[in-house]
Design a protein around this ligand. Sequence first.
Ligand code: HEC
Length: 183
Amino acid sequence: MRKMSIAFLALVVLVCSSPTMPIAAQSDAMPKDGELAFPSEYKSFPVFLSGVQKPDAVRDLYVNPIGAKNQPGQAFANGSILVMAIYNAKKNAEGVFEKGADGNLVKDDLAKIFVMQKGAGWGKGAPENLKNGDWIYSAFKANGERLNVDYTTCRGCHLPLGASKDFVHRYDEYFEKRMQGAH
Ligand code: HEC
């Protein structure tokens, strides 16, 4: 018994001090597309843009406090999270989209939540020709469950923004509004 526990201890020491451990732990911590944690507290994040109008939807965008420190012309720092909450636009009884007093579509139920988050080296495993820096993408249902989507579509549509906008569609608009003190 005593012999066994010493052997066990020796094994633990060996495994924990093995030089491969930190590498293994690190790669486990690097999520791929579809593997980001759901940022359940996103509504408390600083606003990135709100009420973005689409033909059949209204979108509210958020950025976590790390991302909100970003300055114009810079890439977002590792640890940044961008969240896009996509709401269906409200229809009246006749199936026609309603408009608010401001002429804008009105939010109905939350349809889905799109997230992009970056970390050091996270982009390495992304498909060739679809490398958007170190951003990783995930899509969720309103309740936080994962959506099964083809993540090459996210990459393909964000890629043309290029590194100068850090692959973020509303990059310029965000800083313009922020400088105007809109949020
Ligand atoms: C057909 C193009 C297209 C595809 C595909 C696409 N996006 Fe976007 N995405 C946009 C546009 C355009 C915006 C800016 C907001 C808007 O106009 O709706 C945006 C904005 C975002 C934002 C807010 C930051 C920003 O870039 O302004 C996040 C987060 C995001 N998308 C995540 C995703 C995820 C996750 C996927 C895949 C599940 C995805 N997107 C697929 C076009 C696309």
